[in-house]
Design a protein around this ligand. Structure first.
Ligand code: V47
Length: 372
């Protein structure tokens, strides 16, 4: 039986989804303007189940933010601080290596490492940090540095982006997180993050990372000054790069949290917008395997419902989160494995613990093995 599509503008889109046909920029804009969230969710769920069946992935990870000192002053950000700010911090190498081993009861499979654009820390310092982590935690996947951090380090070191990426790869990074993409629209970028690389530079840095064999994630920051057209443009540009490189593993839509930022007058996104964004991401990004509902950002409750709106990943245990909590996130900083299992099972999905490459992980007591 065909479902009832309430909004007639979605009917031609539904026909395309049924046949597995690629959606256009215009289709994407139509979806953003539609209030028919159940039809969007139905279509996204259809695609999600076609790609991943009933499985929802999670991982046991730890975030590490070595410094919050940042030369940029992005209006979107509540995390970055100036070096002279008494509340700023920069860890020593020993502190990074030590903190990596703390705060959790079971073996982590991934360190997610990002930080501010520090005016003094050198590429050599970061390479030493990575090599030291690899030496101390050889089984843990190092997902480190956004395209923005890499472009900044390249500029400071007066070497090319390719060479910077190669140095970091040689030091031990295994892949890269998706942050810093924000929204590619230059009009919006000029207001929310005018000190960062532009959208084209973000894309070209990601292309170079993929070319040298580093997979990465990708993100989109939404719910600030962005329009439906800006969001559609961002998704379509990510999809075009993925056609060229196949280097993106997971897409994570990030809802803007305004508290303590220079844009604190803006309202927060709603659950309605967050679910719609998950569904549209699944429908438009037909060549990116995984869509993550990041529970820290959208709350565990909405991330759970998102498992029926196109998402097939819920992120991990996280342990310590600073970027969203500095911007007013009220979620806990840490979910236990059993909390994640419950959220996923209650949504009628089958939880599968994964490593960063989406290989299933099985655990016995405190050890783990990766099933290849
Ligand atoms: O790069 C910064 C964004 C990103 C705010 O790759 C903000 O697996 C909302 O990229 N409100 C960091 N967002 C988070 C990130 C991420 C998270 C989880 C998983 C992965 C992954 C990546 O958060 C930043 C920026 O885009 N951000 N400030 C804010 N006030």
């Amino acid at each position: 039986m065909r479902p009832l599509i309430e909004d007639s503008r979605l009917k031609p889109i539904f026909n395309k989804v049924e046949c597995g046909e690629r959606l256009s920029f215009e289709d994407c804009v139509v979806m953003y303007h539609s209030p028919d969230i159940l039809s969007l969710g139905y279509m996204a769920n259809l695609v999600r189940e076609r790609m991943h069946g009933n499985v929802t992935y999670f991982n046991v990870n730890r975030h590490i933010n070595p410094t919050d000192v940042c030369v940029a002053s992005c209006r979107l950000c509540a995390f970055g601080k100036k070096a002279k700010d008494p509340h700023s911090y920069t860890m020593s190498l020993e502190q990074v290596w030590e903190i990596a081993g703390k705060g959790y009861a079971e073996t982590v499979t991934e360190f997610h490492i990002v930080g501010g654009l520090h005016p003094e820390l050198t590429l050599d310092w970061y390479c030493e940090m990575i090599a030291g982590l690899k030496q101390r935690y050889p089984d843990v996947h190092l997902k480190a540095f956004t395209m923005v951090e890499v472009a900044y380090l390249a500029k400071r070191s007066r070497i090319s982006i390719r060479e910077t990426l190669e140095r970091l790869k040689d030091a031990g990074i295994d892949s890269m997180p998706g942050g810093g993409a924000e929204i590619f629209s230059e009009r919006v970028r000029r207001i929310i993050c005018d000190h960062k690389i532009d959208g084209d530079e973000w894309i070209e840095t990601a292309r170079t990372a993929h070319e040298i064999g580093l997979k990465s994630n990708c993100t989109m920051l939404y719910g600030h000054l962005d329009t439906a057209e800006d969001r559609a443009d961002h998704l379509v540009r990510l999809r075009a790069l993925q056609d060229d490189t196949s280097g993106f593993v997971t897409f994570i839509p990030l809802a803007f949290h305004p508290d303590h930022t220079a844009l604190s007058h803006l309202p927060k996104t709603t659950g309605f917008d967050d679910l719609k964004q998950i569904a549209i991401s699944r429908l438009v990004l037909d060549n990116i395997a995984h869509i993550k509902a990041y529970w820290i950002m959208m709350t565990p409750s909405v991330a759970q419902v998102a498992q029926r709106f196109g998402a097939n990943d819920i992120d991990g245990t996280v342990v310590e989160e600073k970027i969203y909590h500095d911007a007013g996130a009220t979620t806990t900083q840490h979910l236990r494995r059993q909390d994640l299992l419950r959220l996923i099972r209650e949504a009628g999905r089958e939880p599968v613990e994964r490593d960063t490459a989406y290989r299933p992980v099985t655990r016995t007591e405190s050890t783990f093995t990766v099933l290849v």
